[in-house]
Design a protein around this ligand. Sequence first.
Ligand SMILES: O=P(O)(O)OC[C@H]1O[C@](O)(COP(=O)(O)O)[C@@H](O)[C@@H]1O
Ligand SMILES: [Mg+2]
Ligand SMILES: [Mg+2]
Length: 340
Amino acid sequence: MTRRISLTQYLIEQQREHGHIPQELRLLIEVVARACKRIAISVNKGALGEILGSAGSENVQGEVQKKLDIIANEVLIEANEWGGHLAAMASEEMEGIYVVPNRYPQGEYLLMFDPLDGSSNIDVNVSIGTIFSVLKKPEGSAGVSESDFLQPGSSQAAAGYCVYGPQTTLVLTVGDGVVMFTLDREQGSFVLTEDQVQIPEDTKEFAINMSNMRHWDTPMKRYVDECLEGSTGVRGKDFNMRWIASMVADVHRILTRGGVFMYPWDKREPNKAGKLRLMYEANPMAFLVEQAGGAATNARQRIMDLQPTQLHQRVAVVLGSKNEVAQITRYHLEAEQQGA
Ligand SMILES: O=P(O)(O)OC[C@H]1O[C@](O)(COP(=O)(O)O)[C@@H](O)[C@@H]1O
Ligand SMILES: [Mg+2]
Ligand SMILES: [Mg+2]
C-alpha cells in the first residue's frame, strides 16, 4: 500500500534519507508542480474560462497555437522565472531559449517543456498534459546559451509530466524509479498514489496512428501487420490497439498497464526524423519509461544516447514494454543490414 504523503513530503524524505535530490532540484520540481496545478484549473474551466480554440498564431514549427498552448507556456515561465533555481528555459512554443532575467536570482538548472501536449484534444475534452525535463547547466560555462541545452537525455536530472484527464496526475523521475501523485482538489496538493511504477516486459497492446500506415517504412509495417494477424499469425496472440493522440495520455496508459507507443519516421517528409520533439517530448518520456523498466529507441538507437544538435529537433519514437521495443528495433536494424 502506497503511503499517502504529499509531493513536498515525498521530496523532502528523498532528499534527507537518500540524498539524491539536491535542495535546488526539489524546489524546482515543486514550482513546476504548482504551475501544473494552475494549468489544471484552466483546463477544467473549459468553455467557461475562454481557453478553448485557436489563438490565431503559429509556433516556431509552423503549428497553429491553441489558446491553452500559450496560457500553459506563460504559467510555466511566470512560475519558474523568479524561483531562483533556473538559468534558462526552453519550450515547444518559443523559438529561442528564455534566459531568466538578472533581476531574479539565478540557478544552475535548465528547464524544458512541452507546456500543453495533445493540443488537438483540448477542444474535445480528451486528456492532455504538460511534459518537462530538467538538465544541469554545464559546469564552467559563463552565462547561458542554447548550446548548453544540447545534452543527451541520459544527462537529465529529472523528468516528468502532468496529465489532465479524469484525474490530474503528476508522474516524476529523478533517476531512482518512477512515482505518481494524484491531485487532491480539496487539499490542493499532489498526493503520492503509486511509488513503484513498473512496465510489464511483454504486452498485447500497441499505439500508433494507423492512418499513416501507407507512409511507413517496411519494418514498421511488418511489425504492425504481424500484430494485426493476431493469434493465427507469427505472434500467436491477439493485440489490442489504442491511440489517444496525446503522447502524455498514451504514455500514461503504458506506465500504468504496459504497451508500446510508436511515432515512426515516414515517407511524407523524408528529411524529418519524426513528428515528436527530442528535447521536450521524447527524452523526458524515455527517461520515465526506462526508469519504469521499459525501453525507448528511435527504432535503431536508444533515445537517451542521441546527441541533440538543435533545440527543436524531431525524432522517431518507439517506447514502452521492453520486449516489444526490442523486436521493433531489431526489425529496423535487420532491414538496414540487408540494405532495405
Ligand atoms: O495527430 P497525430 O499525428 O496522431 O499526433 C498525435 C501526436 O502529436 C502530439 O499531439 C504532439 O504534441 P503537441 O500537441 O504538443 O504538438 C503528440 O502528443 C501525439 O502523440
Ligand atoms: Mg506535444
Ligand atoms: Mg505542445
